[in-house]
Design a protein around this ligand. Structure first.
Ligand code: UN1
Length: 515
């Protein structure tokens, strides 16, 4: 048992309502109509329903998409730096309401304070990034092979972007997509996870306020709180030019082909099975801290969570000793308690998957070195609190090659560096990776074309907690999409290649003669 206690349901409900109202969520959005089914807003702290919200049905999707499409017609010709003005305002409002938004993230996703605040900070940061981008969005000019001709490219707004986001980063991932899409001249329709409707309402209300304050077109952002059928209608809507979906590989396998069938674009950010290699020269104290945050932080519910450790046999014992000691000290409990580092899993079925993965790992010869049990937390009989686990595996069994969205760190050992790289890459997913080493040759090799096959490859830092300035996403079953920084904006625009003839003569390319 733990010393921490979850406050009573009435107190949590009051905290949620206070934060929602502070963010400007209208009262009618907080109360399902009498008789209507509604969408339950649940807190994972105790598994209790906080509110019952009005829910959208599949039939509402076309109306919201049509409004977004109409707003897009105006927005696409609004100068990009003016579009940046909207995102600048949004960033301000998000920063002003940072504490309230973090309250909602904590209640819905179960994050500890510093991680909940960190998630809100990601939104503010990506808004800054997008504002800068609004004066860039560079196209290139190329030398034409013909005299008196100019060859160039222009990036144009794409259309309506459908954003499907997951519970674990309920607001940051929305902001990566939305801030960038808005400066790119697109409109956004958001289908958040059913597990996190309150954070979505709060962000949506702040963006509505920013839209009003900057006199941007009304329908520019639409929110659809609803079930799977709503997501499907959004995916199939012919007016949605880009579907940006974050979630499981199973979800992506359905979304990708459906969007492709109508020649829409998709940007997929799916499962990860992230590993770190710990080489003989690694700084073990630094590695231990990095590993514990990456593997046990956010209760193992980041797509970048460290799930596999590939350790050189010579350092396995001292490293595992440090890790087991750190895991034994991990404070687990209510994320509202400032001393706690590990909050709850999002729901009971996540807990079942945690148990089942551990059962399979043991059956495959795994030895549980730390954690693996459940914790009762006072005031939260309906919450799902688990002890982050470290499991030493004799081989990369099937269960290790799957993503279980819970805090289980599988440990494998290696002798030769090639073996470490082979083990590292021998999983279906390719999101994030890291190596701990002081040997520059090993670090460079890990970063090279025949090193890690992931979209994110780090040296002496864990797999999670990426900055927004880089492009975020991964390869293989992770889906290939890139969001957030660098040139990820290009996915949200369409490129036109232009040839302009000022020569007064008709000259055909490739020296072709005709007429
Ligand atoms: C996710 O889990 O979907 O790199 C996103 C990180 C965070 C984002 C994770 N900045 O861990």
């Amino acid at each position: 048992t733990s010393a921490t206690r979850v406050p009573p349901p009435a107190e949590l409900r009051a905290a949620a309502l206070r934060a929602l109202r502070a963010c400007g969520v209208p009262e009618e959005a907080l109360q399902a109509r009498a008789g209507a089914a509604g969408l339950p807003a649940v807190t994972c702290l105790n598994g209790e329903e906080l509110l019952r919200l009005p829910a959208a049905g599949a039939g509402d999707v076309e109306r919201v998409v049509a409004a977004a499409d109409e707003a897009f017609r105006t927005w696409r010709t609004t100068p990009a730096p003016v579009r940046g003005g909207l995102v600048k305002r949004l960033g301000r409002l998000l920063a002003e309401r940072k504490e309230d938004l973090a309250d909602l993230v904590a209640l819905e996703a179960g994050k500890i304070r510093s991680e909940a605040l960190g998630e809100v900070q990601e939104m503010v940061d990506v808004c800054d990034f997008a504002v800068g981008l609004s004066r860039q969005l560079y196209g290139r000019t190329m030398p034409s092979e013909r005299p008196g001709h100019r060859l160039m490219e222009t990036w144009h707004p794409l259309g309506v972007v459908g954003v499907i986001s997951a519970f674990n980063f309920p607001v940051a991932v929305w902001s990566w997509n939305t801030a960038i899409a808005l400066v790119c001249g697109d409109a956004v329709v958001w289908k958040p996870s059913e597990k996190t409707p309150l954070t979505a309402l709060a962000c949506s209300a702040l963006l509505a306020r920013a839209i009003a304050d900057t006199a941007a077109p009304q329908g520019l952002h639409g929110l659809l709180l609803g079930d799977r059928a709503v997501g499907e209608a959004l995916v199939d809507s012919p007016r949605v030019a880009l579907v940006s979906a974050t979630g499981s590989t199973r979800m992506g396998r359905e979304v990708g082909p459906r969007v492709a069938a109508r020649f829409g674009r998709s940007l997929l950010e799916l499962g990860g099975n992230n590993a770190a290699v710990v080489a003989p020269s690694a700084d073990l104290d630094l590695a231990t801290r990095a590993i514990v945050f990456a593997a046990a932080g956010t209760a193992g519910q980041r797509c970048t969570t460290l799930r596999r450790l590939i350790v050189h046999t010579s350092v396995a014992e001292p490293l595992l000793e440090r890790l087991v000691a750190a895991y034994r000290r991990l404070p687990i409990g209510s994320p509202l308690d400032p001393a706690v580092l590990v909050g709850p899993l999002v729901d009971a079925s996540s807990g079942d998957r945690f148990d089942e993965a551990l059962r399979r790992a043991r059956a495959a010869g795994g030895e549980v070195l730390a954690g693996g049990g459940r914790r009762e937390v006072e005031g939260a009989p309906g919450g799902c609190y688990v002890e982050p686990a470290i499991v030493r595996m004799p081989a990369q069994a099937d269960v290790v090659r799957e993503e279980t969205f819970a805090p289980i760190l599988y440990v494998l050992t290696y002798e030769g560096f090639e073996e470490a790289i082979a083990l590292h890459n021998d999983v279906p997913q390719g999101l994030s990776s890291g190596i701990f080493t002081a040997d520059q040759r090993e670090a460079e090799r890990f970063l090279a074309a025949d090193g890690s096959d992931c979209g994110i490859v780090n040296v002496n830092i864990g797999t999670s907690g990426a900055e927004i300035g880089g492009a975020f996403g991964g390869e293989k079953e992770t889906g290939g999409g890139r969001e957030s920084g660098s040139d990820a904006w290009k996915a949200y625009m369409r490129r036109a290649t232009n040839t302009v003839n000022s020569s007064g003569q008709l000259l055909l390319a490739q020296d072709v003669t005709f007429l």
